[in-house]
Write a protein that binds this ligand. Sequence first.
Ligand SMILES: [Zn+2]
Length: 184
Amino acid sequence: MNDSSWQQGWWCGARRAFSPNFSPRAPGEAVSLVVLHNISLPPFEYGSSAVEQLFTNRIDPDAHPFFSVIHELRVSSHFLITRAGEAVQFVSCDDMAYHAGVSSFQGREKCNAFSVGIELEGCDFEPFTDAQYRTLLPLLADLAQHYPITAVTGHQDIAPGRKTDPGHFFDWDTIEAAGLPVVR
Ligand SMILES: [Zn+2]
């Protein structure tokens, strides 16, 4: 839990899968917000590599009807945590990933500019796994140690009415009990 956990915005606890979907952050922009999400591809199915393929622009539009709808999206997050608790990092936290979309936090829009995005493999309708929390908590702690994080929030909180993730089953109490600044 120290700065040796990071190499130019890459977390040492994650496997790397480089995404081209990022932009440099504005000069002087600090990472102050963590946004938590859920995702599963195909929807409600776990264990495939489709999320990783989506974030690296390699998803096969013919592999599933839903993929033909989304294969031209150019999206990313900084991290994905699988059901088994594996962390995969796609974009350096020093750069901006494309995870939040139209969004607003405490009156400031376009949250990608100042946030890190973490996707939990899952959906709105069932709990996340213990293994996911065992990876998420040290990741959040290392983020808060390395960046001036003032808040951890949900995609549903910065894009209400448009987004519902990470959803009702996400255990915010565990995050708060670990001493992280949950703001929703
Ligand atoms: Zn989301």
